[in-house]
Design a protein around this ligand. Structure first.
Ligand SMILES: [Zn+2]
Ligand SMILES: [Zn+2]
Length: 234
């Protein structure tokens, strides 16, 4: 490195001291993660259009969904929830780091973008107001806010509310999750016909299922489920 290029890189570093949010390595260009960390964020391979899990059939819908389709109309949750993705999403939930939220969402936003038929609005999975008061941060809201500005789709955090302060879903079995979340949400009168519900992680889909029921009852025809990561079993 010549003296002038060294000076230039030092000046750049001072003017733009962006670091990989995972390993703190300096970043180059517009990348949000260093190449080594980026490679460790694994996508679900050939995801099913309805459940987001790896699809072994030649169709875009997996055999399980053809047999017993979920209530919602589409799911996009590009990353596998494990390894570094899991560590970073846990960090996001507990650190309130907007920088991390921005890095994660910017890296994956292209998976939600398409040329036509965007949802009319993005609705974050709401926290109950008691929980929001306690935590001060709803990571689903932050993710939705960034996606909304990057994709140019309206953010709506008012139409859907959580009316029951339910026990945390983590650690509950699938059937207990369903019971726990029953009638926990309310949808204000709406003219939407097509929305996307946004969360950080899609686990069993019981929250998504319950909210989809609520939205369908309110007249929304097409509900997409968007998450950054899908819990997968290997
Ligand atoms: Zn890194
Ligand atoms: Zn499926």
């Amino acid at each position: 490195m010549t003296v002038s290029s060294f000076t230039a890189s030092l000046v750049n570093r001072i003017l733009d001291p962006r670091l990989c949010p995972s390993c703190q390595h300096p970043l180059t260009g517009t990348h949000k993660f260093c190449p080594a960390c980026y490679q460790r964020l694994l996508n679900v391979i050939n995801p099913c259009r309805l459940c987001g899990l790896e699809n072994h059939s030649n169709d875009d819908i997996c055999a399980a969904c053809l047999y017993d389709p979920p209530r919602w109309q589409a799911m996009i949750a590009p990353w596998q929830y494990r390894g570094l993705t899991r560590d970073l999403l846990l960090q996001l939930k507990f650190s309130e780091s907007l920088y991390l939220a921005h890095s994660l969402v910017s890296t994956i936003a292209g998976h939600f973008d398409r040329s036509s038929n965007h949802p009319e609005a993005l609705l974050p999975v709401p926290l109950h107001r008691n929980r929001l008061f306690e935590r001060g941060f709803n990571q689903a809201f932050e993710i939705t806010r960034i996606l909304s500005s990057q994709l140019g789709i309206k953010l709506d955090y008012k139409t859907l509310t959580r009316i029951r302060d339910t026990e945390a879903q983590a650690g509950l079995s699938a059937s207990k999750r369903e019971k726990n979340i029953l009638k926990a949400f309310e949808c204000a009168p709406t003219n939407y016909r097509h929305v996307a519900l946004v969360d950080d992680i899609i686990t069993t889909g019981s929250t998504a299922n319950e909210i989809t029921k609520t939205l369908h009852r309110a007249g929304v025809e097409t509900v997409e489920i968007w998450g950054l990561a899908r819990v997968v079993k290997y």
